[in-house]
Design a protein around this ligand. Structure first.
Ligand code: R5P
Length: 302
C-alpha cells in the first residue's frame, strides 16, 4: 500500500525525513484560517486507497488539535485505507487523575477524541506516571517509543564522567534507564509542586558527586522550574554547571532563557518538538515504529 506523509504546519522537517526513510510520498495539506477564526483544511494530494500518515507534534495543542482532527477525518472521508498519526509529543498526559474536586481527567478525554479519527498512533515517551501503558486510555494501537537509548548514547559521546540526576520520582523511570544504558550512576530528588511555577525540590547528599558532571534528565521541560530548582541545589552542593536534557522541549514563555540564566551548562533536547536545543535525533526510531505499527494496524474493514 502506498504511504503518503502529511505534515501539519511546523512539522515539515520531520515529515520529510520520515518520507525519505519510508520511501513514501510527501502529501500537501493546506490549512487556512477564515476571518472568523474557523479552520479550513484541504488535502491537496490524493489519499484514496492509501495509507495517510499525519505528522503533528502536540505541544501547545489547543490550536493544533481541531485542524488535525479535520485532516484525519477528511482523509478517511476521501477513502484513505489507513489513517495514522505521528505525534512525537503527546499532549494532555499529565492530567491523569482528578487532583481536585470538579476537575476533568483530560488525558482520557483527549485520547477518546483522537481514537475516533485515527487507526494508530506513534509517540515518544508520553508522560505515563500513574498509568503504565497508553492502551489504558487509547483504544487504537499506540506505540510509546523510548528516547532513553538515544539520550544515553549522546551522554556517552559528549559528557565525560557524568552523574545523572532526576529531579523527581516521576523522572526515575527515564533517569534509571538512561543511566543503565550510559553506564553512569544516578540520583533522584524529591519534588513537591505547589503551583504551575512553584516547585520545591528536596535533595539527597549531592556533595560526594563533586568530581562528576551532573546531567539532569526529565521527560518534559515546560516552565523549567523543576530544573531551575534542581540547579540551585547543585550549586549549593558545589557541583559543576549541569547538562540539562529534556526529551520534550516544551519551553513555555521565557523558560529556555530562564534555564540558561539559572546556570545550565548546556541544554539538550530530542527532536520531538522543533527547537534550537534539539541535538538528539529520533527519526529512525519513529520510522521503524511507523513501519511496524502499520503492518499490525491495517484493518481493511475500518
Ligand atoms: C512532571 O510531571 C514532569 O516529568 C516534568 O518534571 C515537568 O513537566 C517539568 O515541568 P516544569 O518544566 O514546568 O517544571
Amino acid at each position: 500500500m502506498q504511504t503518503i506523509v502529511f505534515p501539519l504546519p511546523g512539522n515539515e522537517t520531520l515529515a520529510q525525513a520520515l518520507r525519505d526513510n519510508l520511501s513514501a510520498e510527501l502529501g500537501s495539506l493546506k490549512l487556512h484560517r477564515f476571518p472568523d477564526a474557523e479552520s479550513h483544511v484541504r488535502l491537496a494530494s490524493a489519499v484514496d486507497g492509501r495509507r495517510a500518515v499525519f505528522v503533528c507534534t502536540l505541544d501547545r495543542p489547543d490550536g493544533k488539535f481541531l485542524p488535525l482532527l479535520f485532516a484525519a477525518a477528511t482523509a478517511r472521508d476521501l477513502g484513505a485505507a489507513e489513517v495514522g498519526l505521528v505525534a512525537p509529543y503527546l499532549a494532555y498526559m499529565r492530567q491523569d487523575r482528578r487532583f481536585r474536586a470538579g476537575e476533568g481527567i483530560t488525558s482520557t478525554y483527549f485520547a477518546k477524541t483522537l481514537d475516533g479519527w485515527i487507526d494508530w498512533l506513534v509517540t515518544i515517551d508520553p508522560h505515563l506516571h500513574r498509568r503504565s501503558a497508553l492502551s489504558e486510555i487509547y483504544a487504537v494501537p499506540a506505540a510509546a517509543l523510548h528516547a532513553a537509548p538515544a539520550i544515553a548514547a549522546w551522554i556517552r559521546d559528549a559528557v565525560p564522567n557524568p552523574i545523572l540526576v532526576g529531579p523527581d520520582s516521576e523522572s526515575e523511570q527515564w533517569v534509571a534507564a538512561v543511566a543503565a544504558a550510559a553506564g553512569a550512576p544516578f540520583v533522584v530528588l524529591e519534588k513537591t509542586r505547589h503551583g504551575d511555577r512553584d516547585v520545591q525540590i528536596s535533595v539527597p547528599h549531592l556533595a560526594r558527586w563533586r568530581a562528576r558532571t551532573p546531567v539532569l534528565v526529565d521527560d518534559i521541560i515546560s516552565t523549567a522550574r523543576t530544573m531551575i530548582e534542581t540547579i540551585g541545589h547543585l550549586k549549593t552542593a558545589a557541583l559543576p554547571p549541569p547538562v540539562c536534557i529534556g526529551v520534550h522541549a516544551v519551553f513555555a514563555d521565557t523558560a529556555y532563557a530562564d534555564l540558561k540564566a539559572a546556570g545550565a551548562g548546556q541544554i539538550v533536547t530530542c527532536n520531538t518538538i522543533p527547537h534550537a536545543s534539539n541535538a538528539i535525533d529520533l527519526t529512525d526510531l519513529m520510522t521503524s515504529a511507523v513501519r511496524d505499527i502499520g503492518t499490525e494496524a491495517r484493518i481493511p474493514s475500518r
